[in-house]
Design a protein around this ligand. Structure first.
Ligand code: PH4
Ligand code: ZN
Length: 298
């Protein structure tokens, strides 16, 4: 991520929850010659088990001619982070963003102390990923990352990457009106914080995917994401890691719906899920081009 920061590109962190999403991410990274971060959350770990992800990601990463790291996304507690460190994850996020400043520092510091001796890097989050478009100035200040607090947080915790809140949120319904991010705030944070900055909730919710899903029966009225020009600007202002989950989920859903309608006689899961894998792979490849991480592996 440090070279991403210097060269003004970002590495994508793509959430996986099954074999097909992993294959999509790995194949895209190999074809795009791009470094990639494979991310799993505690809810995915509850779904399929830590050992499953550890084994399939390591198996896929070994022969891959590109750097692939395995990352815990939104780690909830020291125990989960510790299990992932022991299992050989390359980085872990500890998300203390729901805690008060001192509580977040204390939790993050505990994970840093466990991770660093094992060579595992740590991402933390300051500020909350909540929609702020209809908030008052006071409410926005309570939710978005304060640049001075970010500086102090990084100094006191020794984290390796910091997720910042500048107006993005998770999921497919990020804005009711015009998508707006607080780029001034991002600029100030960048001036005060020297480590890589991370943008969560960065899916663009492409209209072509929504239209396909809706055509085949999905109900997704009002879905809206982060415009691609906002992503370019965020990278130019110092974002070096970008998290994407929703766009892969949408591509999966739209494609499975279309496939089942168009091929009513098909009942081979490899064909059904294989079509979804191809669609997710195209999304990942387009993100790598957008983030300018394509072609970075010589
Ligand atoms: N993430 C993904 C979080 C997914 O518990 P869970 O597996 O549902 O959590 O960290 C993101 O930042 C994704 O952003 P996006 O929704 O805009 O893709
Ligand atoms: Zn996130």
């Amino acid at each position: 991520m440090s070279s991403a920061m210097k060269e003004a590109y970002a590495v994508g962190a793509f959430n996986i929850s099954n074999l097909e999403s992993l294959l999509a991410v790995v194949e895209a990274a190999v074809e795009e010659k791009s470094p990639v971060i494979v991310a799993v959350t505690p809810s995915s770990i509850r779904y399929a088990g830590l050992a499953f992800f550890e084994k399939i990601v390591k198996t896929a990463a070994k022969p891959a001619p590109v750097p692939m790291s395995l990352h815990l996304d939104h780690g909830e507690d020291v125990e989960t982070a510790s299990k992932c460190i022991e299992a050989g994850f390359t980085s872990v996020m500890i998300d203390g963003s729901h805690l008060k400043f001192e509580g977040n520092i204390a939790l993050t510091k505990r994970v840093v102390n466990l991770a660093h001796p094992k060579g595992v890097s740590v991402e933390a989050e300051l500020g909350r990923l909540a929609g702020v478009e209809e908030s008052t100035v006071e409410e926005r200040e309570a939710v978005l990352t304060d640049p001075d607090a970010a500086e102090e947080f990084v100094k006191r915790t020794d984290v390796d990457a910091l997720a910042v809140a500048i107006g993005t949120s998770h999921g497919a319904y990020k804005f009711k009106g015009e998508p707006k991010l607080d780029f001034e705030r991002l600029k100030l944070i960048r001036e005060k914080v020297g480590i890589p900055l991370v943008l969560h909730g960065a899916s663009s919710v492409p209209s072509w995917i929504i239209e396909k899903a809706v055509k085949y029966g999905a109900e997704l009225g009002g879905a809206k994401g982060i415009p691609e020009e906002h992503i370019r600007k965020a990278i130019s202002l110092g974002i070096a890691k970008i998290n994407i989950d929703t766009d892969l989920r949408l591509a999966f859903t739209a494609t499975v719906r279309e496939f089942l309608v168009k091929s009513p006689k098909m009942f081979d899961p490899r064909k059904i899920l294989g079509s979804a894998k191809e669609a997710m792979k195209e999304v990942v490849k387009s993100k790598m081009l957008l983030f300018r991480s394509s072609g970075k592996v010589l």
